[in-house]
Design a protein around this ligand. Structure first.
Ligand SMILES: [Zn+2]
Length: 141
């Protein structure tokens, strides 16, 4: 099983690869800028309910608000540079640029995670590598 850190990174990397950059930005605003769910929801065109769901996933993976805040603060500026591998066809369908499969948007992250595990792991490991070199994070990770 993946450690808490790898699991959080995988979650964020998958959002970026799936073209859901706004979710990653919303999490940054919530944990680092301490924005309210309703302000963040309006800013990124998401619902408050969705924001709470994303926040909850991160909390489950990190186990504490402080840890989540530190992780979001240092990992998102790196992760946000990842380019999406999917292209939206319309509001409900996207094409995976890695295998050209057409997929419902709701399952795109699952698809990338299962079919393109190597690429996801490569990104996760490269972020962990950057974090390991950071002296600021010693003892937090
Ligand atoms: Zn694919």
């Amino acid at each position: 099983m993946r450690s808490g850190l790898a699991s959080v990174l995988e979650y964020l990397v998958l959002k970026m690869l799936a073209g859901k950059e706004e979710v990653v930005k919303a999490l940054y605003d919530y944990f680092v800028e301490e924005g309210s769910p309703s302000t963040i929801a309006t800013k990124y065109g998401l619902s408050k309910h969705q924001i709470r769901g994303y926040v909850q996933r991160i909390m489950e993976k990190t186990g504490s608000g402080i840890k989540a805040r530190v992780l979001m603060k240092y990992t998102i500026p790196i992760i946000i540079k990842i380019k999406p591998v999917t292209k939206k066809v319309n509001g409900s369908v996207a094409i995976c640029g890695l295998c050209n499969e057409e997929l419902p948007i709701q399952i795109i992250e699952d698809h990338i995670k299962k079919k393109h595990t190597d690429i996801v792991n490569e990104y996760v490991n490269s972020v962990i590598e950057v974090l390991r070199r950071s002296t600021t994070l010693k003892g937090v990770l």
